[in-house]
Design a protein around this ligand. Structure first.
Ligand SMILES: Cc1cc2nc3c(=O)[nH]c(=O)nc-3n(C[C@H](O)[C@H](O)[C@H](O)COP(=O)(O)O)c2cc1C
Length: 203
């Protein structure tokens, strides 16, 4: 395995634009398919990004059949239905509230942290939600890094999706991400970002 981290060079300008400055949120998708291999590669990248105590609370359901998409569209907000219907693939990102059961394997030098989380529901919920949200961000950037576009959406009936796709009550949906190639009129006007003067301070 090569160790890009040791080169000190970073990504070139084009790669930074692909991930950040020129990347856009897609609102419609071309019929170009996205393969299961590409979807697997998204997670193969995203799963390496860091989480607190290596807890990794995010779970992913890839929906890419017509039948699965139709079941999912039912639970999207009205304004989001057409977007998901046009996406060749969709990821339902979910939190596993029992993420701490994996701690003995994921943090072998401190297995007792599992029991600390088991005994402290507020800490468990805060850690799960925060780190799952972090991982959702990593996920979107992984989509972009493969030359695909993402359309993240929080507008859906989470209870409905959970009943439909996670009936054993194990996972709780947190973000739906349309994935594919841009379709017709895929972009809204670019919205402004806060200036660094408004969002960054220095000490
Ligand atoms: C967590 C999250 C939730 C979002 N929910 C929705 C949504 O429900 N419907 C929608 O059309 N866009 C949704 N968006 C898209 C954002 O409005 C969009 O990514 C943002 O305005 C930036 O657009 P740009 O990447 O084209 O600059 C969501 C984005 C994020 C990150």
């Amino acid at each position: 395995m090569s160790h890009a981290i040791s080169t000190g060079r970073g990504l070139d300008e084009a790669a930074r634009a692909l991930l950040y400055t020129e990347a856009r949120t897609a609102n419609s998708f071309a019929p170009t398919p996205v393969s299961d291999d590409e979807l697997a590669q998204i997670w193969e990248l995203a799963r390496w990004a860091p989480t607190a105590a290596n807890t990794q609370p995010l779970r992913v359901l890839f929906v890419r059949t017509d039948e699965g998409r139709a079941r999912l569209v039912e639970h999207m907000n009205e304004g989001n239905k057409a977007k998901t219907a046009s996406a060749p693939a969709v990821a339902v990102l979910a939190v596993d509230p029992r993420f701490h059961d994996h701690i003995p394997a994921l943090l072998p030098f401190r297995p007792e942290l599992r029991d600390v989380f088991e005994a402290n529901e507020p800490m468990r919920k805060q850690t799960g939600d925060f780190n799952a949200a972090l991982q959702a961000g990593y996920f979107i950037l992984a989509v972009r890094s493969l030359g695909l576009v993402a359309g993240p959406m929080a507008g859906f009936d989470a209870e409905g999706i959970d009943k439909e796709f996670f009936p054993d009550g194990q996972w709780h949906s947190t973000l739906v991400v349309n994935i594919g190639h841009p379709g017709e009129n895929p972009w809204f006007d670019r919205l402004p970002r806060l200036d660094p003067e408004e969002s960054v301070s220095w000490a």
